[in-house]
Design a protein around this ligand. Structure first.
Ligand code: NAD
Length: 397
C-alpha cells in the first residue's frame, strides 16, 4: 500500500517501512563513516532498543564496536492493513543490516517491565551472544505506564510541575503557533506513580535478574539515560514529576554498583542532549525549546541528533583513555554542548522574543517538524513515497 503520514498532535499514526529502514541505514553509515571504535563492549543488552537513544546506542555498539546485541522493545506489528509502529520497522531493518555484517543479534518484543520478558531476554542472551553473557547493559526506556510485576498494580507517568502551577510558552505543532500551556501541580500519587514508571526500580530489577541468571561478565557496565536541560524547562522537567523520577536513577546507580561489586560492575547515568523523539515530543514546552536550541546549535556548528550523541558516548566517553570528567554526581555529561553558557544565553534570549509571528526567526520549526516526521520514516531522501510498499514485515528471528 501507499503510506502517507497521518499526524494527530504529537503522534503520527502511520509509519513508512522503507523510510524507517533508510533512517536506520543512514545512522549506520554515520557510525561507519567515523571508523571502528577500539576497546568497546563485545556483547550488549539494550533495553528500549527500537527508537531514539536506544536504537542509536545499539547501532553505535554494533557498527562502531562490532558488538553483538540483544534488544528489548515494545512495538506493534502491522495489523489489519495498518502499518506497524516505527520501532518495529527499525528493528526489522537493524536485523537485516547486522546480519549482513555477520554480527550476532536478537530482539525480544514485549513489556520490559515484566518478569517474563526479563527471562525471555536472558534466554536470548544465552542463545545468541558469544559466551552467553553481556559486558554492557543500556537502559533506554521511555514509557507512559508500568505494571509492577510483584503486585500487578499499574502506575502512570505524568508530566507535571511539583508544588506550584506552571505556565509558559508552548509550541502548538498542529497549528504551528506559540501558545501558552498551563499545568496544575501533580498530586503525591502522580509523583510516586511517575517515579515507579521512569525511576530506577525497573533498572535495578533488570540488573538483579541478569546477575542472578549468571549472564553478566566480570566488569559489566550499565548506563541509564537522563536529561536536565535549561532553567526554562525545570518546572516541567527537572523539578517536575519526570525529573524527580530521573533523580531516582542516581539512587539506583549507586545501589546497582554496590550489588555488582562482586563482579566489579558499575552503573552510571548519562545526561543526554534534548533531541526529537517520540518521548520528548510529548513533553509540554520541550518541543519549543528544542526548536530554538536546534537553530542556535546549528549556527554554532555543534548540533547533534541521537546517532551523533551515541557515537560520541562510545567513542569519547566509554572507550577513550582520557574521557571528559563526570559531573559532581558522577554522571556522564553528553549534554555538554547543549549546556554551554553561550548556547544557553542565546536560547534564553530567543525564548523571551519568540511568539507565533517570530517563530521562524527565533526557532527552527521546519527542522523540528522534519525530524518528527523522520521518526516515522517520512521525508527521507531516496524513498519513493508514491510507491506501493509491503507493510506487514515479520521481525527476522
Ligand atoms: P523513545 O520513545 O524514542 O524510545 C523509547 C524506547 O522504549 C522504545 O524502544 C520503546 O519500544 C521502548 N519501550 C517503551 N515502553 C516499553 C516497555 N514497556 N517494554 C519494552 N520497551 C519499551 O525515547 P527516547 O527519547 O530515546 O528516550 C530514551 C531514554 O533517553 C529515556 O530514558 C529518556 O528520558 C532519555 N532521554 C531522552 C532525551 C530526549 O530529548 N529525547 C534526552 C535525554 C535523555
Amino acid at each position: 500500500m501507499v503510506v502517507q503520514p497521518r499526524i494527530r498532535s504529537f503522534i503520527c499514526l502511520t509509519a513508512h517501512p522503507e523510510g524507517c529502514a533508510e533512517n536506520v541505514r543512514q545512522q549506520i553509515r554515520y557510525v561507519n563513516g567515523k571508523g571502528a571504535i577500539e576497546n568497546g563492549p563485545k556483547n550488549v543488552l539494550v533495553v528500549g532498543c527500537s527508537t531514539g537513544y536506544g536504537l542509536a546506542s545499539r547501532i553505535a555498539a554494533s557498527f562502531g564496536c562490532g558488538a553483538g546485541t540483544v534488544g528489548v522493545a515494545f512495538e506493534k506489528p502491522s495489523d489489519k492493513g495498518r502499518t506497524a509502529s516505527p520501532g518495529w520497522y527499525n528493528n526489522v531493518a537493524f536485523h537485516d543490516e547486522v546480519k549482513k555484517a555477520g554480527i550476532p543479534v536478537a530482539t525480544v518484543n514485549g513489556d520490559a517491565f515484566s518478569d517474563e520478558v526479563k527471562q525471555e531476554t536472558i534466554q536470548a542472551i544465552k542463545a545468541t551472544l558469544p559466551g552467553g553473557k553481556v559486558d554492557q547493559v543500556i537502559y533506554s526506556l521511555a514509557s507512559p505506564r508500568r505494571t509492577d510485576p510483584k503486585t500487578g498494580e499499574t502506575y502512570k507517568a505524568t508530566l507535571k510541575p511539583i508544588g506550584q502551577p506552571f505556565e509558559n510558552k508552548n509550541l502548538n505543532t498542529d497549528k504551528q503557533n506559540v501558545d501558552i500551556v498551563s499545568l496544575e501541580p501533580a498530586s503525591d500519587e502522580e509523583i510516586s506513580g511517575t517515579i515507579k514508571v521512569m525511576g530506577g526500580e525497573d533498572w535495578e530489577l533488570w540488573m538483579e535478574a541478569l546477575a542472578e541468571a549468571g549472564v553478566l561478565e566480570e566488569g559489566v557496565q550499565t548506563i541509564a539515560y537522563s536529561y536536565i536541560g535549561p532553567e526554562v524547562t525545570w518546572p516541567i522537567y527537572t523539578n517536575g514529576t519526570i525529573g524527580t523520577a530521573k533523580k531516582d536513577l542516581g539512587r539506583a546507580a549507586k545501589a546497582i554498583t554496590e550489588k555488582l561489586s562482586g563482579l566489579c560492575g558499575t552503573a552510571h547515568v548519562s545526561v543526554n542532549k534534548a533531541v526529537v523523539t517520540q518521548a520528548s515530543s510529548a513533553i509540554p514546552v520541550v518541543p519549543l525549546y528544542i526548536s530554538i536550541l536546534f537553530k542556535i546549535m546549528k549556527a554554532a556548528g555543534n548540533h547533534e541528533g541521537c546517532i551523533e550523541q551515541m557515537d560520541r558516548l562510545y567513542r569519547d566517553f566509554l572507550t577513550s583513555d582520557a574521557p571528559p570528567p563526570p559531573d559532581e554526581e558522577g554522571r556522564i555529561r553528553l549534554d555538554d554542548y547543549e549546556m554551554l553558557p553561550d548556547i544557553q544565553q542565546a536560547v534564553a534570549g530567543n525564548w523571551i522574543r519568540i511568539n507565533t509571528d517570530t517563530l521562524s526567526e527565533f526557532a527552527d520549526f521546519d527542522a523540528y517538524q522534519s525530524e518528527f516526521l523522520r521518526l516515522f520514516g517520512f521525508g527521507i531522501d531516496g524513498v519513493d513515497y508514491d510507491a506501493d510498499v509491503e507493510v506487514d514485515l515479520p521481525l527476522p528471528s
